[in-house]
Design a protein around this ligand. Structure first.
Ligand code: 0L1
Ligand code: MG
Length: 262
C-alpha cells in the first residue's frame, strides 16, 4: 500500500460526507496519485466500516464495470466490486428523492441470492448456478460522488463503485431452465424505451460475474456467504434520471421493476 492508514480514513470520511450531503468532490487521485489498488479497496473498506459504525446494515454486494465494452472504455481487465446498504434499498414501485443524490443514473441488472457459500479462488459459473437459490430482476441507481462523473478506476473503487440505491423486483425464480445469457431487458423512461440489452452483456452470463466476485473476495480470504443479495452488473447502459422521471425495467422471463424519482 502507498497510503498511510490515517489518509485512508480521511479519504473514507471525505467520500462518506460527499454522499451524505449530496455534495460532489474532486476525484481523490488528484490529491493522491500514488494510490494503488490495495489503497482503493482499503478506502472502500474504511467507508463500509464507518457506515456500519453509524448503524448501517450491509444489504448485499455488487459487481461493477462488468461489460467488456465498459472495461475497455475504462482501460481495465477486471470488473470491480462494492457493497449495498440497507438505506439504499427502495421498494419495488417506490419513490426516491433526487435531493439526496448527486447525478443518479439507472442500470438494469440481474440479482442473485445464494443458498450455499462460495469460496474462491477457483469458483466457476457452474458452481454459482448450483449455489443459487433464486434470481430476480433489479435496477441499480449509481451516483458517483465525483464531480461530473469525472474519475479513474481507483477513485471509483474507493467510492464504493458509485453504489447508491437499488430496487429489486418482487418476482423471484430459480435458475434451473433459465438461460441467463438470453434474458432481455428494456429500460422505459416516462413511457419511452431508452436502453435495452441482453444478459450476455455481463461477462457472457451474469453467473460468470458472481463467480468472479467469489474469486476476487477469495483472494482476500473472504467467503461469499449463502443468503447474500448480489447485483451482478449492468445489462444496459446507465441512464440519467431527474425528479419526475418514472422508470420501468422490463425483462423477458423475470418480470419488471419500477420506481419514480421525486
Ligand atoms: O455498477 C457499475 O457498473 C458502476 C461502476 C462505477 C462506474 C460508474 O459510476 O459509471
Ligand atoms: Mg451496476
Amino acid at each position: 500500500m502507498a497510503l498511510e492508514n490515517d489518509i485512508v480514513d480521511e479519504l473514507a470520511l471525505r467520500l462518506d460526507t460527499a454522499e451524505l450531503n449530496a455534495a460532489p468532490i474532486a476525484k481523490i487521485t488528484d490529491d493522491y496519485p500514488e494510490m494503488d489498488w490495495h489503497d482503493a479497496y482499503a478506502v472502500q473498506d474504511a467507508l463500509r466500516a464507518r457506515k456500519e459504525a453509524a448503524g448501517v446494515t450491509i444489504a448485499g454486494l455488487k459487481m461493477g464495470l462488468t461489460s467488456y465494452a465498459k472495461m475497455k472504455q475504462m482501460g481495465v481487465e477486471d470488473p470491480v466490486y462494492g457493497f449495498l446498504t440497507d438505506y439504499g434499498r427502495v421498494q419495488e414501485g417506490g419513490d426516491m428523492s433526487c435531493a439526496r443524490l448527486i447525478h443518479p443514473k439507472v442500470e438494469a441488472e440481474i440479482a442473485f441470492v445464494l443458498k450455499q457459500d462460495l469460496i474462491g479462488p477457483g469458483v466457476r459459473m457452474e458452481d454459482v448456478l448450483a449455489a443459487t437459490d433464486h434470481v430476480l430482476p433489479a435496477v441499480e441507481i449509481i451516483d458517483s460522488r465525483y464531480e461530473n462523473f469525472r474519475f479513474d478506476l481507483k477513485s471509483v473503487v474507493a467510492d464504493n463503485t458509485s453504489a447508491a440505491r437499488f430496487v429489486a423486483g418482487t418476482t423471484t425464480r430459480p435458475v434451473e431452465g433459465l438461460d441467463l445469457a438470453a434474458v432481455t431487458v428494456e429500460i422505459v423512461k416516462n413511457g419511452e424505451v431508452v436502453a435495452s440489452g441482453t444478459g450476455d452483456a455481463v461477462l457472457g452470463n451474469s453467473a460468470e460475474s458472481v463467480a468472479m466476485l467469489a474469486n476476487l473476495l477469495g483472494v482476500r480470504g473472504i467467503p461469499l456467504k449463502a443468503g447474500t443479495f448480489i447485483l451482478a452488473g449492468a445489462i444496459t447502459e446507465a441512464i440519467a434520471v431527474a425528479p419526475g422521471d418514472h422508470i420501468e425495467a422490463r425483462y423477458s422471463e423475470l418480470g419488471a421493476v419500477t420506481m419514480r424519482f421525486t
